[in-house]
Design a protein around this ligand. Sequence first.
Ligand code: HEM
Length: 631
Amino acid sequence: MKIIDQFNLNIIFYIFLLPFPIIFFFFFSHFFSTCPRTKHSLNNWIEIESQTWNNYSHLLYTKISANLVLLQSRLSNMGDNSNSTLFSSVLFLSPANAATIDDLLSHLNFLLLTFITSIFFILTKFKFKTSTNSKAMLLPPGPAPWPLVRNLPHLLNNKPTFRWIHGFMKEMNTEIACIQLGNVHVIPVTSPEISKEFLKKHDAVFASRPITMASEYSSGGFLTTAVVPWGDQWKKMRRVLASNVINPSTFRWLHDKRVEETDNLVRYVYNQCKISTSNNCLGSVINLRNTARQYSGNAIRKMILNTRYFGEGKKDGGPGVEEEQHVESLFTVLAHLYAFSLSDYFPWLRVLDIDGHEKTVREAMNTINKYHDPIVDQRVEQWRNGEKKEAEDLLDVFISVKDSNGEPLLSVAEIKAQCTELMLAAVDNPSNAIEWALAEMINQPRVLGKAVEEIDRVVGKERLVQESDFQQLNYVKACIKEAFRLHPIAPFNLPHVSNADAIVAGYFIPKGSHVLLSRLGLGRNPRIWEEPLIFNPERHLSASRAQGVDLNEQDLRLISFSTGRRGCTGIAFGSAMTVMLLVRLLQGFTWSPPPGQEEIDLSESRNDLFLAKPLHALAKPRLHSSLYPLH
Ligand code: HEM
């Protein structure tokens, strides 16, 4: 009976105690290999965990040595049937439970277990040592992931996600971080130096894009360029864009179409001034968000589809319902493109559409396709039956690109998808930058005055400003660049996905990571920019007085057009549209807050980076009435 008691007690002791180091070993080594914390907090963490381990191992080894002592005692008292007081005391057993010499056999088993435990202990210690010595194998810091679900609870509890990410990076004082969503490591970056490592030094490794629900919809199933993962389809489409579609000669070729739409912009604003002031042209409050977005929509629609209006349009140059729907749908798709949708990280959840993103994107794409598809289909037919022989817009160019056998290189599906993607690429950045730039400038009359003075000096008031004037309009361009810096359209650049493991900034970035260069974090990084939250165009002048202001920033201190293999292909088009939008508004009209308002409310929307309220400002014509286009 005593033997059974003792045997059971020891077995219970080992059964309960031994699994702990094993579980602990696996959990700890797993956590350690993926632990996204800063170096400092990691060290603290190791210290705490080590302490726990030490306490635990102390207990374990006390018990083990007790067994060893017992064994020794039993051996020296071989043959003695009396209970062992030593045994009882070291194992905290009552004398009644003490074992007899016959339980020696079970202690041999314990010795074996002791040996195994020691091996685990040594291995775990060894693991500590090698891992702490190798920063290269550490992931960037970040909020501690939960077992199995990793950072999913953070994602669900902290909306909007981009504010949460920037918030914890600030708290942790880090410019690179890691969050784990499903199997994906998401790596946000706010440092220009680290950004350059990603997009210059390791450009080839980080040249892919994620597969997401919205990018699949927007690209007709990854038939396009911007959102397509690295591979043959991306290479084919990028080559077509560079050699046939978006290059210096098509840029010049499409000049007159852009001029038509910039003239229409001035006409539209002027007509609103006339209507609301009974033809006295004393001014009118203009919705500049709508105006800027419609101008961008018109300009890109004209260059791609050679039309301003899908329907009747408006006599004053404003948008019809069709154009309003079209632009709104483009913005809806853009808002959902890389919006941390659950199904982007947990694809098996897609069927449930928990956040409703898929329904919204599908509806918006249906609206866009409703307007584009008939035009594309009709045009393809015109080329097929010989009705059309000369290219008039980019759609014609896409249709007439041939392969080496003289056959059409692009399928109709590819043409449709690529036209939509170019619309998406062109519509949001120019309009958002100019809405913010004007809002900031109206609140700083000195800056506004300097920009207008530059336009008057370079262009005068006898003619409308043209693209050929842009080279000399550096202050205006500095205002635009400052808007790109302080008020980017999106918190992050398009994601760059790695096609191999890499070490960047000393951290391990696993294959398949989504690298998110933060347009917000880079542009507002206080280490890089003095008084980062102040709109100050002068900061872009000093550095570039000699060569003029370049809207692109190769050094990635801010992201406008980005750089590398996946950099923007439409820099000339995008720059021309953006600069023209601002200079024509500044040359044609004086701008001030609406009557009864001292200044523009510059609050930023919480859920995105737009002005919280669309910009409304009072416009008054400042040129001779004969200069305002009539048609
Ligand atoms: C002010 C206007 C514009 C800005 C600020 C802008 C900015 C950008 C940025 C930041 C990227 C992502 C770069 C990266 O992944 O690192 C991009 C990609 C791209 N942009 Fe633009 N863009 C503008 C206008 C345009 C226009 C007008 C077009 C075409 C007509 C265009 C075509 C593209 C394309 C095709 C890509 C994808 C490149 C690739 O993934 O290979 N963009 N743009």
